[in-house]
Design a protein around this ligand. Structure first.
Ligand SMILES: Nc1ncnc2c1ncn2[C@@H]1O[C@H](COP(=O)(O)OP(=O)(O)OP(=O)(O)O)[C@@H](O)[C@H]1O
Length: 628
């Protein structure tokens, strides 16, 4: 750090330097987004001022009408974005314009590849904000003064984006912030006021404050323009207050980008005005891509809250449940008190009611999205795992959430292929259960011996390989009155005659001999109608903890109770028939152990002592080789 009087030079946080470098490189072909980002910041600053002025009117300093001004100075080669919003103190400028205070940034940056196209997409997910200025500017100056502070508390911040910035205290009459971009030679198109105007109209028309440009192009720099000559280039009304029929799809998408900082279009949205005692307007969007921090505990989530069009807060998470944390949007609830705080929102009756209504609204919107297979597949791939959390978290809407689930199945293998409704449609009235199989991955699921009997009978089985699927199925007992049944658990109870036949085989002496041989490695050995080609498989009891939940518990450092399976054997399999005749007990025990080991392997799991299994296999191979 170097200092001369009150001027100091500082280094950017390491993450900022890396982000800047990669961003300038990868966003070059998309560069007009810098204007949208800087106008968004200016609009946020106006929102913040209006909110703080609710408590302290003097912050308005006799200049109560918010504005955003854009001006070009062709001689100096600058484009200036100015606002009379909340402004920044010197400390604010150092904190906000030199660091990235988002958890997970380091990990996010590690994912950037240097491949321009891929990185542009990733960076879009991250949101680049102020730093996008450096895509077009070789040098950026920021002049600012915080509302309510004296003119002597102004700040000038400057950087060429190469790793350092300088700050100094300056005199500044005007409240708010001016960002002066010294444009690169290859970005001089933004010195053309008509070009700037058209970009603003394209991306930022919905900004709720007037965006002003001088009547005549080519003139004006900071403060040179008389106020009467400024003319609004946007419509400056809050988009969500306009009737649905008057807002074009493009306007909805631009507004989405404004509030989400996403580069991609939203998949769909729902815009509603609710009247009556609980009046509110909501505009909710489903993004096409998950943010990089979807699973971070402290990631931003929730809606932008407005009360009577006055911005109150970002990330008002009380209006939607956790499992819908990916929804972006705005809620304007004119009857909430203007001084509402996060704490108050938490426990406030009307907010709870709005939350219940918005939750239903989102679930309906997703149901409708389900009609568009391609879009729904995108949604499911990005947010399916999060939505599943709702099955456990939101009993009131469980059936509606279940209708949105998608799984691969034995009939259709694509990850988001089969809904429960489609399954039931195919199953027909004759089948009163929905069968599913849990596995670590699709290959293991498809090859599971548990599917043999279902294949034989032509019954579809859903293949559940998601991280939270086992947890989820604990909460999802039935759908549309039909029980969900784990194909690898308990007695299957598919066909009464078969059950009876199996019961008769229960006394088979081989069953008892196997049980004695395996001892307490299994709860019991029983004959099965489950298998066609395989000799044996493992079956967990209805209430035993499955392997996925066990892993989750262990990862969370919690002890997981031991769960023991039963070994089910296929008495019509030739191996079992041969086993009957083996008199040598040691030889019998060896094969019994291998029967158990292969059942574990078939499920993609390892035997308790893999080395012992290998030794048994080797002995078997050797005997086979000697015979050959
Ligand atoms: N015009 C402005 N007036 C006042 N503060 C500003 C202005 N522009 C930027 N800032 C401050 O700088 C911070 C960083 O801005 P930046 O655009 O990088 O991120 P952000 O707006 O917080 O996040 P994101 O862009 O992802 O929403 C802002 O949060 C704000 O505090």
């Amino acid at each position: 750090m170097t200092m001369s009087q009150d001027r100091e030079t500082r280094g950017f946080q390491a993450e900022v330097s890396r982000l800047l470098h990669l961003m300038v490189h990868s966003l070059y072909s998309n560069r007009e987004i810098f204007l949208r980002e800087l106008i968004s910041n200016a609009s946020d600053a106006c929102d913040k001022l209006r909110f703080q002025a609710l408590d302290d009117d003097s912050l308005m300093e006799n200049d109560p009408e918010p504005w955003i001004r854009l001006s070009v100075n062709a001689d100096a080669g600058t484009l200036t974005i100015a606002d009379n919003g909340i402004g920044m103190s010197r400390e604010d400028a150092v904190d906000n314009l030199g660091t990235i205070a988002r958890s997970g940034t380091e990990k996010f940056l590690a994912n950037l590849t240097g491949d321009r196209k891929k990185d542009a997409q990733l960076i879009g997910q991250f949101g680049v904000g102020f730093y996008s200025a450096f895509i077009v500017a070789e040098r950026v100056e920021v002049f600012s003064r915080r509302a309510g502070e004296p003119a002597s508390a102004g700040v000038r911040w400057e950087s060429d984006g190469q790793g350092e910035f300088t700050v100094e205290t300056v005199e500044r009459e005007q409240r708010g912030t001016s960002v002066v971009l010294h444009l690169r030679d290859d970005a001089r198109e933004f010195l053309d006021a008509d070009k700037v105007r058209s970009v603003v109209q394209q991306y930022s028309d919905h900004v709720a404050f007037p965006i002003l440009m001088p009547e005549q192009a080519e003139t004006g720099g900071e403060g040179e323009q008389g106020e009467s000559e400024w003319r609004a280039v946007n419509s400056a009304t809050a988009l969500w207050q306009r009737p649905r029929t008057e807002v074009s799809d493009e306007e909805y998408q631009n507004f989405y980008r404004h509030i989400s900082h996403d580069f991609q279009d939203a998949l769909t949205w729902s815009h509603n005005k609710v009247e009556g005692a609980l009046e509110y307007t909501s505009l909710l969007y489903v993004p096409a891509r998950a943010p990089f921090d979807l699973y971070h505990r402290d990631a931003s989530r929730g809606l932008k809250l407005y009360v009577q069009r006055v911005f109150i807060m970002d990330d008002a998470e009380q209006f939607l449940p956790m499992y819908l944390r990916f929804i972006k949007g705005v809620i304007d609830a004119p009857n909430l008190p203007l001084n509402v705080s996060r704490e108050l929102l938490q426990d406030y009756g009307p907010v709870r009611k709005i939350r219940a209504a918005l939750t239903k609204r989102v679930l309906q919107m997703l149901k409708k999205l389900g009609n568009d297979q391609d879009k729904y597949a995108t949604f499911w791939a990005q947010f399916g795992e999060v939505l599943k959390e709702g099955i456990g978290e939101d009993p009131d809407n469980r059936e509606a959430i279940a209708a949105l689930l998608r799984f691969p199945s034995t009939e259709e293998g694509a990850p988001g292929a089969v809904s429960l409704d489609r399954y039931l449609e195919r199953a027909g009235d004759g089948q009163d259960k929905i069968y599913y199989l849990l596995a670590d991955n699709l290959d293991a699921a498809r090859n599971s011996p548990h599917l043999e009997v279902f294949r034989k009978k032509g019954i579809e089985v859903l293949l559940l390989t998601g991280r939270v699927d086992e947890w989820m199925t604990n909460y999802l007992d039935e759908y549309q009155g039909k029980k969900l049944v784990n194909a690898a658990r308990g007695q299957l109870d598919m066909d009464d005659r078969e059950e009876e036949a199996k019961a008769a085989e229960q006394d088979d002496p081989l069953i008892k001999r196997l049980a004695d041989s395996l001892g307490d490695q299994v709860t019991e050995v029983r004959p099965t109608g489950r298998l066609v080609e395989s000799p044996a498989c493992l079956v967990l009891g209805e209430d035993e903890l499955g392997p996925q939940l066990r892993q989750m518990l262990e990862a969370a450092g919690q002890p997981a109770p031991e769960s023991k399976p039963a070994l089910e054997v296929n008495l019509s399999h030739p191996l079992l028939a041969r086993l009957q005749g083996i008199e040598d007990q040691a030889g019998f025990d060896e094969i019994a152990e291998l029967l158990l080991d292969q059942a574990l392997l078939a499920e993609g799991r390892l035997p308790k002592d893999p080395a012992a299994t290998a030794r048994r296999l080797n002995r078997l191979l050797q005997a086979q080789a000697e015979r050959a």
